[in-house]
Design a protein around this ligand. Structure first.
Ligand SMILES: [Zn+2]
Length: 112
């Protein structure tokens, strides 16, 4: 899928951050990844490990924080964690609006 391109993007963001901070090494890259973002974590880790070979990223670790899928009810305002693709409120049958789960962003770059 698009995991290789994603890994490349993540590394580019980290390279920029390292450059800005005059860092010689990137230790960790934090990624917030929604469960609904459609990314295979294993494939992403694999691509990342293949692409990170060059300094300053050769020892960089990808730290992935999975963001659960949550939705808020349009009628009663309650927030639910979605286990399945259920788009109606279990309490009042109102329509659920997606609140989180599509995140795909670099949260932090730990470098020196
Ligand atoms: Zn409701």
């Amino acid at each position: 899928m698009h995991e290789a391109a994603l890994a490349e993007n993540i590394l580019n963001i980290a390279f920029e951050a390292a450059q800005k901070n005059h860092a010689a090494k990137i230790f960790k890259i934090g990624l917030r990844l929604g469960e609904m973002a459609g990314v295979e974590v294993e494939a992403l880790n694999f691509s990342f490990d293949v692409l990170k070979k060059n300094p300053p990223a050769e020892d960089a670790k990808l730290v992935i924080e999975r963001v659960p899928i949550t939705a808020a009810c349009n009628s009663c305002g309650k927030i639910f964690r979605l286990e399945r693709y259920n788009f109606f409120c279990p309490e009042c049958d109102g329509v659920l609006i997606l609140k989180s789960g599509r995140e795909l962003l670099v949260d932090f770059v730990d470098c020196e």
